[in-house]
Design a protein around this ligand. Structure first.
Ligand code: R5P
Length: 303
């Protein structure tokens, strides 16, 4: 088995868990913005008998899901059709365009489904992702027609890290109603007895957030705000500020996918976040919660 990915700690750790070799990938951007991901081989090789785990991650902060998608699709096509890999398991820790899992207004694309179709067309034999933002679909596999789609939870990795902080009578908060499932899962993992969610409304045109909070006396208690994604940081920051106002001692901000558009981290810290625990589903040096154990388990179950 081979893990194809950039030469970084994520790729090395995944390969080590799987007992696989590494096929490094370099990523080049031409002055006009075109991309050239290269599998680092000295001669054209034939991977006919091999199972290849393609494990490229999107870069946090620069927020270029389109670049990531193109790089990913080009590499997938290259592995499957040029190098004739026997089987390619596409590991896409943060699945881009997942939020558009419904046509909300006439004329919009059903982007998550179209991304799945592109992965199938470029040769993926299976796709594994982490905490996919599925609020209207029942399961991740529903967006694929021809191949299996496996959705692994990133919440246990956040809980493992948060448990190191000796939490005092913690309240686990999902910043919006959709996040209650993650708050509940997280609470189970850290053994917290209380979890809840706030209510968030977002203006579809302007993106502006209005948060309705539930009131608690949080004096002497720790709070963990748990969400799947932090993009602009607005949702997380609003929930942190509310918890601080209610007297929380420490507020930990835990999220699986550090998309982190410009200024997001400043918003979280500015709102009073004491600790940031983010998954390593995107390339970000601040990630401390690794989803590699969960990914390698899912890969082994697929073999
Ligand atoms: C939305 O439903 C997601 O679960 C996140 O709450 C959202 O993507 C966070 O976005 P932002 O950081 O831009 O507020």
């Amino acid at each position: 088995m081979i893990v194809a990915g950039p030469d970084d700690s994520f790729t090395r750790s995944l390969a080590s868990e799987l007992g696989a070799d590494i096929l490094p990938i370099t990523r080049r951007t031409f002055p006009d913005g075109e991309l050239q991901p290269r599998l680092m081989v000295s001669e054209q090789i034939n991977l006919k008998e091999e199972t290849v785990i393609l494990a490229m991650r999107m870069k946090a902060a620069s927020c270029r899901p389109n670049d990531y998608l193109v790089e990913y699709l080009l590499t997938l096509r290259n592995l499957k059709r040029e190098m004739k890999a026997g089987r390619v398991i596409a590991v896409i820790p943060y699945f881009p365009y997942a939020r558009q899992d419904e046509i909300f207004r006439p004329g919009e694309p059903l982007s998550s489904k179209y991304v799945a179709e592109m992965l199938e067309a470029m040769g993926a034999d299976a796709v594994i992702s982490v905490t996919v933002h599925l609020h209207r679909l029942k399961q991740f596999s529903d967006i694929f027609d021809k191949i299996p789609g496996v959705n692994v939870s990133g919440i246990p990795s956040l809980a493992r890290e948060a448990s190191k902080f000796d939490l005092k009578d913690p309240l686990i908060i999902g910043p919006d109603e959709e996040a209650i499932i993650w708050a509940e899962e997280f609470a189970k993992h850290v053994g917290a007895k209380d979890y809840t969610s706030f209510i968030k409304e977002r203006d579809r045109e302007t993106g502006e957030i209005k948060m309705t909070v539930k009131e608690f006396d949080l004096t002497g208690r720790d709070v963990v705000v748990v969400d799947d994604i932090v993009s602009t940081g607005g949702t997380m920051a609003s929930a942190i500020a509310a918890a601080k106002r209610m007297g929380a001692s420490r507020v930990l901000s835990a999220f699986v996918h550090p998309v982190l558009a410009e200024g997001a981290l400043d918003k979280i810290l500015g709102a009073g976040g004491d600790v940031v625990i983010a998954g390593d589903t995107l390339e970000w040096l601040g990630s401390r919660a690794s989803v590699v154990p969960e990914l390698s388990k899912a890969i082994k179950e697929m073999l």
